[in-house]
Design a binder for this molecule. Sequence first.
Ligand SMILES: NC(=O)c1ccc[n+]([C@@H]2O[C@H](COP(=O)([O-])OP(=O)(O)OC[C@H]3O[C@@H](n4cnc5c(N)ncnc54)[C@H](OP(=O)(O)O)[C@@H]3O)[C@@H](O)[C@H]2O)c1
Length: 287
Amino acid sequence: MPIVVTGATGQLGRLTVEALLRRGIPAADIIATGRDIARVKDLADRGVTVRRVDFADTGSLAEAFRGADRLLLISASVPVGERVAHHRRVIDAAASAGVSLVAYTSTTHADTATTVIGATHGETEEYLRDRGIPSVLLRNGWYLENYTSQLPQILRNGAVVGAAGEGRISAASRADYAEAAAVVLTTEGHTGAVYELGGDASFTLTELAAAISAAAGRQVTYADLPVTDFAQVLAAAGLPAELAEVLADADLGMNRGEMYTDSGHLHRLIGRPPVTLSEALVAALDH
Ligand SMILES: NC(=O)c1ccc[n+]([C@@H]2O[C@H](COP(=O)([O-])OP(=O)(O)OC[C@H]3O[C@@H](n4cnc5c(N)ncnc54)[C@H](OP(=O)(O)O)[C@@H]3O)[C@@H](O)[C@H]2O)c1
């Protein structure tokens, strides 16, 4: 049952390949793809099949999907305006290759979310449905790492900055989302399912600041900014202007509850409680 993973040169994809290997899938049955395949040389050395894929290049997709049974389509990290076209080419190639299941990493409530990110995922989900290809939607919530990776800066400033108001966020670790993806790719009964994935306990950014204060033993507060001001803060920190606006817009979605879920789907899929915010903070501070 060859399984293709797109974005395997990235963080979530690599973790998914590792989870597939842990679940006993033979390395040669895993096809790890990405543009910069030098980044997965270690996986190739362990016997994983590595194929170079650029979503812009339909020939590379056809070649990579040859003989594949299942596909994990990890949403592209390109500018949001280009994502849907890329995803459509991947889905078309999967259909042509006769893939029996496409698992797509979407976002929480993608069918109703009104953020820019939510809309691109919603369009991709719609295309999957329109193509009639057997699929499963992994609606991944926010990564805990979006915050833990910012800890040095947050501690330096004594502040979490955002525009999410008191909206609740159901974040989880990349590793837990990856494990859920591996479960869906290696067990039966997921075709047509829509999984709203997130941690068991949600938090607001005020609660995030309090959790950081407790874990680090330093006072951190939450500064809630108007969305345009938050976008400017992100741009001033070095993000490209478009990305800064998209991320600030995601905070508005959080404020509207679009990143919240109490489905328990992630817990059920991985068969244990997902890593909590406090656990993630302690682990990140230990490093
Ligand atoms: N839930 C969240 O909080 C959150 C946060 C950020 C992003 N995301 C989404 O989740 C995805 C996975 O997250 P991540 O942390 O693993 O991101 P990542 O580390 O940036 O990995 C992105 C992957 O996408 C691949 N990719 C990008 N453009 C491509 C193209 N044109 N053709 C083929 N492959 C392409 C990259 O491969 P190469 O670099 O080798 O080309 C890389 O392997 C992201 O791409 C983004 O859509 C979610």
